[in-house]
Design a protein around this ligand. Structure first.
Ligand SMILES: Cc1cc2nc3c(=O)[nH]c(=O)nc-3n(C[C@H](O)[C@H](O)[C@H](O)COP(=O)(O)O)c2cc1C
Length: 161
C-alpha cells in the first residue's frame, strides 16, 4: 500500500486520513496533490467526504489508482443500512467503511451553510422518532471524529497484509 488519498471539504476526512497515515506508517495526500507523488495504478486507501449521497472523489480516484479499500465520511449516524446505501449509490467495488465526521460551520462556505441549515430545519419539522440528535447536530455543529471509528477499516487493512 503506497498511500492514503483523501478528499475533504471541512477537515474531518483529513483528520481520519492523518490518523490512518500515522497508524499505518504510510503518507496521506489530498486528492489534488496525489498526482505529484503517485503513479497511475498505485495501491491506495481512499477516503472521501459525503456530499448529497456522493463519496466525493471516489470515481476519479478509482480510475486513477488501485483502491484497496475505501472510507466514506458523513454526518449521518453509522448504520449498516446507510453503508449499503452509500456502497450501492456510489458503485463502490471495494470494501467500504463509514466513519462519522462532523459539521464545522466555520469551515463551510455560505451555500453549504445554507444547505445544512435547511436540511436541519426540514428534519426538525418532520420530527421523526430518533431524529432529534441529527437536527441538533445540523443546527449547532459537532464533531464525531474519533480513533474508535477507524477500528474496522484498520482491522481490514491489517488483515490484508
Ligand atoms: C452540502 C453538504 C452536503 C452533505 N451531504 C451529506 C450526505 O448526503 N450524507 C452525509 O452523511 N453527510 C452529508 N454531509 C455532511 C458531511 O459529509 C460531513 O460534514 C463530513 O464530515 C464532511 O467531511 P469533511 O469535513 O472532510 O469535509 C453534507 C455536508 C454538506 C456541507
Amino acid at each position: 500500500m503506497k498511500a492514503i488519498v483523501y478528499k475533504s471539504n471541512a477537515g474531518h476526512t483529513m483528520q481520519y486520513a492523518i490518523f490512518l497515515s500515522k497508524k499505518l506508517n504510510i503518507p496521506c495526500y489530498d486528492i489534488k496533490d496525489a498526482i505529484k507523488y503517485l503513479s497511475k495504478g498505485d495501491e491506495i486507501i481512499y477516503l472521501g467526504w459525503v456530499c448529497a449521497g456522493r463519496i466525493c472523489g471516489y470515481s476519479k480516484s478509482n480510475k486513477m489508482y488501485d483502491i484497496k479499500c475505501c472510507g466514506a465520511v458523513g454526518i449521518y449516524p453509522s448504520t449498516t443500512e446507510y453503508l449499503t446505501e452509500l456502497k450501492n449509490g456510489n458503485n463502490v467495488n471495494q470494501e467500504l467503511f463509514y466513519m462519522r465526521g462532523g459539521i464545522d460551520y466555520s469551515k463551510l462556505n455560505w451555500l453549504f451553510k445554507r444547505v445544512i441549515k435547511l436540511v436541519g430545519s426540514a428534519i426538525k419539522k418532520e420530527n421523526k422518532p430518533g431524529s432529534e440528535e441529527l437536527s441538533q447536530v445540523l443546527e449547532n455543529g459537532a464533531s464525531f471524529v474519533s480513533e474508535e471509528n477507524t477500528k474496522d477499516i484498520l482491522d481490514y487493512i491489517n488483515s490484508m497484509k
